[in-house]
Design a protein. Structure first.
Length: 190
């Protein structure tokens, strides 16, 4: 991290966060900052991420940024119809993630089991959307975010019993229709 930058990791206690802020001279006293955060109830509300403090910022503003998650994000829009390989190439081109590591994670049996896709593969389950990723987000977490967005967006439709098809059958059918209609070849990569 650069001077004035602090990365809050998942599982960091507030004491660790305060020490990181003090080490970067963002706050002047880690103990008072921790006590004050506890008094106002913000010590349990901080968000992980990368935060940059370039100007002199009051302890109150530091705490508000951590509590609202106003850190540094890289924004990427994943268009409809991209394959896993194309998504990996886009993320690599935007320097959000390594193409090789995305493809490696996409084939990781443990990750596939986590999202209930063992034996099926992740193709078709990475939801097209605009995402905000913290720089340095692990490739596994990027894929988990995209599959979770798929579940949140598609599952309610499947729960309406419009079809008796499984989610995997729906994804497979959508992929076949897309290839048959030639939509895939007409869209730009970026």
């Amino acid at each position: 991290t650069l001077p004035g930058e602090v990365r809050i990791e998942q599982g960091d206690s507030f004491v660790i966060v305060a020490r990181k802020l003090r080490a970067q001279n963002i706050i002047s006293n880690a103990i008072f900052f921790s006590l004050w955060a506890r008094v106002v109830g913000f010590d349990k509300k901080i968000h992980q991420g990368l935060y940059r403090f370039t100007d002199a910022v009051s302890p109150r503003e530091v705490l508000e940024r951590l509590a609202t998650g106003k850190g540094i994000f890289q924004i990427v829009t994943i268009p409809e119809g991209l394959t896993v390989r194309e998504i990996a190439a886009l993320l690599d081109k935007m320097q959000i993630a390594s193409q090789e590591k995305i493809l490696e994670a996409a084939n990781d049996p443990a990750l596939l089991a986590t999202v209930g896709l063992q034996g099926k593969g992740i193709e078709g389950y990475l939801f097209p959307n605009t995402y905000h990723f913290v720089p340095g987000t692990p490739e596994r977490d990027i894929l988990l975010t995209m599959t979770e967005q798929f579940r949140k967006s598609v599952q309610p439709l499947l729960n309406q019993n419009v079809t008796e098809m499984t989610p995997h059958e729906v994804v497979t059918l959508a992929s076949i229709i897309e290839k048959e209609t030639g939509v895939e070849s007409e869209r730009p990569l970026v």
